[in-house]
Design a binder for this molecule. Sequence first.
Ligand code: NAD
Length: 372
Amino acid sequence: MKLRITVLEGDGIGPEVTREAVSVLTASAGHYGYDFRFDHRSIGGAAIREHGSSLPPATLTACLESDAVLLGAVGGPEFDALPAGQRPESGLLALRRALGGYANLRPAVCYPAIADCSPLRREVVEGADVLVVRELLGGLYFSEPRGFNDQRTAAFNTMRYTAEEVERVARVAFGLARTRRRKLTSVDKANVLETSQLWREVVTRVARDFNDVTLEHIYVDACALRLMLRPTSFDVILTENLFGDILSDEAAALSGSLGMLASATIGGQVALYEPVHGSAPDIAGQNTANPLGAIATAALLLRYTARNEKAARDLETAIGDVLAAGFRTRDLCHGGHRFTPKSFLVSTKEMGAHVRRALADVIDQQHTYHAV
Ligand code: NAD
């Protein structure tokens, strides 16, 4: 199967972590029968330097003509003084808009080997595996009217949702719940907001087409607390734009490091895959960044674009095996107490190589990966 993937490495640690993700995909392509065609293009600060624009037309065209877009991160201190519309981040926002994805998927998984990296207690986070599905194109961030009054003494935003906007993202979330533990928690504030009352009505209606998925409704404030107290009680969390923005960051605490987190944005013309972290200028170019978020992002690409659940799971198993074998990038070693005698500090490139080897072992059905 041929898959055209536009690779946008971006800035800072973006190139370092994306290269490891691409090399993992390349290494396993033959086994799963893929012919990946990687088309490397520039975005963000790198594109500003080369082409004077954070999203050059050739980059956008390549993205729109591909099967998936794999992005690293954009941004850096040298661009901070530019007006907002000319900064590297504006290119990424324009790309997201052009691709049109309305369902943002943010898995938060606690790998047992690094459960102690979470600020939460091991017994609370161990076994947590939550998928936050955030509506991305509606709600408070986009609805009109918005603005300031003439004296700039007051400001206002509008939260608006149509039944159609709620239904399409709800169908995505129910479909995903079906491939997981068949539980969907819909988050709203229906005791106060009309948009949430509509949200609840539509989600309840859509649920009738997914009788095999258990639906619960919860208010956003209660959800925020339960995520910290009993994260293992969640499977798929479905919510609107603003609530999803906040809850997905909160759920990230389950994973132990920003460098572990992956995301996918689907529903539009072309799906966009990107790790959650930014360009981390403080560690860029040092070969110390954690590439596992970018590699887990490649697993999402295998799941949602290649529609190969086996390949995605194998890669996620390989990530877990490498962590279980004790390999840690620096972000997973903060505070000497977490760095046990059985842990090994590795670079970005070494971590990528370990995942490739662990994946080869998983493919060979030897599910244990040991330090050599
Ligand atoms: P950041 O995510 O880049 O970094 C926050 C902290 O986490 C830093 O200490 C960094 O070293 C660490 N970190 C992040 N990813 C890591 C990894 N893979 N391995 C190890 N450590 C990691 O966020 P920031 O510092 O707020 O932003 C830096 C730049 O990135 C800014 O220009 C910002 O606008 C941009 N940014 C881009 C994106 C994106 O491209 N999607 C997202 C967030 C921030």
